[in-house]
Write a new protein. Sequence first.
Length: 272
Amino acid sequence: MTLRLAGPLLLVGAGKMGGALLAGWLRQGLDPGLVVVQDPAPSPDVVALMASHGIAVGSPPLPRTPAVIVLAVKPQAMEAVLPEVAPFVGKATVVLSIAAGRSLASLAKPLPKGTAIVRAMPNTPASIGQGISVACANAAVTRDQALGCNMLLEAAGEVVWIEDEALLDAVTAVSGSGPAYVFLLAECLAEAGVAEGLDHELATRLARATVAGAGELLHRSDLTPAQLRENVTSPNGTTAAALAVLTGKHGFQELLLRAVAAAAKRSRELKS
């Protein structure tokens, strides 16, 4: 399905996530002539992507009031960015923010009164169209605006909407930061293989393929993660021996609970 919007799209911030979203929109057929990117130093990959679709680098003038303004900058940059964006907000504009921690109320303060705002938390698998985003909207967002934001987020993967904005801190800690936990698992698994005598190249290849394959199996299977784990685990076998360590005191589960709690706490601290 071709991605169509009611007017121009202003993308503020063309880093990893902003670039991933832009790539997804263009794959879905969004008219590049309606896209304006505002970023003083976009990454080389994003510059190449923009050039291949005839999108000017920098901050070219908007053809008319944008239908959507996507804020893809770090939370700490919002104080400077929001006042710059405010003059571009029209009566029909919806602002879509993917910045962690910044609440709907804090986003609204520098913007015109009654601005429609959606907060969303995507994750980095968005770059291959396999991400998941969780979104919530303020009371000013219309059904059509919500549908437009949903289409933009769907270009990067699955979308879930929630009504309780407070849950976005936990969402950030689980799915927003979660890919880093998985990559760390692959990194540590390879290091453990080296410690057991494998050369680094083979250990890394085994770890990458194992994590990627297990993730795809989880994605395709109707079984729960627990059931899939049990299917791998023979009584008194090698997997059982490893899991006895991982599930023991101060093991993997406890560490992950602490890690997610720390990420959620930091997300709450970023609010203003």
